[in-house]
Design a protein around this ligand. Structure first.
Ligand code: ZN
Length: 393
């Protein structure tokens, strides 16, 4: 099999940039013009990724990972690709967003390169599914959904994917220039359930009654797919932004009905920007559950839930113990604010989660098909322990 250089790199053990401050330390991210970007990120150092490799602002150049030989892989490995917030790539209103989110420019090619890379590397990385963690669009205009539609058309007949609705994918108020004023969205118009139920590629991912997979008719804010990979059965369930109680009740029922499935939950806003912290109160107008109450009412209640994937608020992770003593890894990635001078709005970074059943580990890497670069600081590259030895864990 012919192997693409990028795919080889993705499988490699990398040397290079390390974060001397340790995983989870805050990083100051800046625009190219030097203007400080984020509240909440107030200490640390700048990280720049560009020509010449990963480097600190102080000029200490670090080597970057470039594989030149085929690494050994345990048999039976497979990969999930996580697409963090793509809102900046689908943003077409440049003049308006220049005021509100300065310096973005036209980044739609990042979106297209991501899905093209997934398609190209499906075989090499044994990609079982792609998972979008929400904020697919910026203000959910038709023009933005069309970009997302075009990006995912690349995968439609090749790699199954599951989508998640973020705060930017609903209820945008032009007057306030804010999102989530309501749950109104054109999400289902561009990605109706039929896009998946009528696609033969998704045959193995639905049960006998396909409509049961979607909480609301014609909508995909809350739905689930099955996945068989590495000799195991998985259920991947995606929840709306700030899930309402009735959505959590539905999710509780679905997960309880499938004790045989190892279960992954996808929900957009779940952890904060602070290390290992679930989200609590927020300023979004729609009513619903925070990360903390989603954990309490739903995630912690099921022994077969082992992984929660989210976006919305930079990199973060938390490992907790559920009510049944099970370990639940909660992993978040959002590079929307990860400013890199020449490419903005996320710079194309995505997550490669490689499941190694023989090693009982999930290897997490962060890679940009746009830059051809990995982030290899501890909060971007790490492994999670997960027991895959039994049939029902
Ligand atoms: Zn968000």
């Amino acid at each position: 099999m012919r192997r693409a250089p990028i795919a080889l790199a993705a499988l490699s053990l990398l040397v290079g940039y390390s974060d001397p401050a340790g995983g989870g330390e805050a990083v100051v991210l800046r625009h190219a013009d030097g203007q400080a970007n984020l509240g909440g990120y107030t200490k640390g150092k700048n990280i720049r990724v560009g020509e010449g490799g990963l480097s600190h602002k102080n000029g200490q150049k670090e080597s970057r990972g470039k594989a030149n030989k085929k690494p050994k892989q345990a048999p039976g490995f497979f990969t999930l690709i996580v697409l963090p917030d793509t809102q900046g790539y689908a943003d077409t209103r440049h003049k308006e967003t220049q005021k509100h989110w300065p310096g973005i420019g036209d980044q739609r090619s990042c979106f297209f390169k991501q899905t093209q890379w997934i398609k190209k590397n499906k075989g090499t990385l044994n990609i079982a599914m792609a998972v979008h963690v929400g904020d697919i669009t910026q203000t959910e205009h038709d023009e933005e959904w069309k970009i997302a539609d075009a990006a995912f058309k690349t995968l439609d007949n090749h790699v199954p994917y599951i989508l998640c609705s973020g705060n930017h994918d609903m209820g945008y108020s032009p007057e306030h220039r804010k999102t989530s004023y309501s749950r109104a969205s054109r999400f289902g118009a561009f990605f109706p359930p039929s896009r998946f139920t009528k696609n033969p590629l998704y045959g193995p991912h639905f049960g006998k009654n396909k409509s049961r997979h979607f909480r609301e008719e014609g909508k995909i804010e809350n739905y689930y797919l099955f996945l068989e990979a590495g000799g195991m059965k998985f259920l991947i369930l995606t929840l709306e932004f700030k899930p309402r109680d009735q959505s959590l009740a539905w999710a509780n029922k679905v997960v309880a009905e499938h004790p045989e499935c190892r279960t992954i939950i996808v929900t957009h806003s779940y952890l904060t920007r602070n290390k290992g912290q679930l989200s609590g109160a927020d300023h979004y107008p729609v009513q619903g559950n925070s990360g903390r109450s989603t954990w309490q009412k739903f995630v912690s209640q099921h022994k077969n839930i082992f992984l929660v994937l989210s976006g919305h608020a930079l990199e973060n992770r938390l490992t907790s113990q559920g009510e049944h003593g099970n370990t639940v890894h909660q992993v978040q990635a959002d590079y929307w604010y990860f400013d890199i001078p020449k490419i903005k709005a996320g710079s194309g970074f995505l997550r490669i989660m490689t499941f190694h059943p023989a090693k009982n580990t999930i290897q997490v890497e962060t890679f940009s098909p746009v830059l051809g670069e990995f982030l290899v600081r501890p909060k971007s590259k790490f492994s999670l322990d997960y027991d895959m030895s039994g049939k029902r864990k």
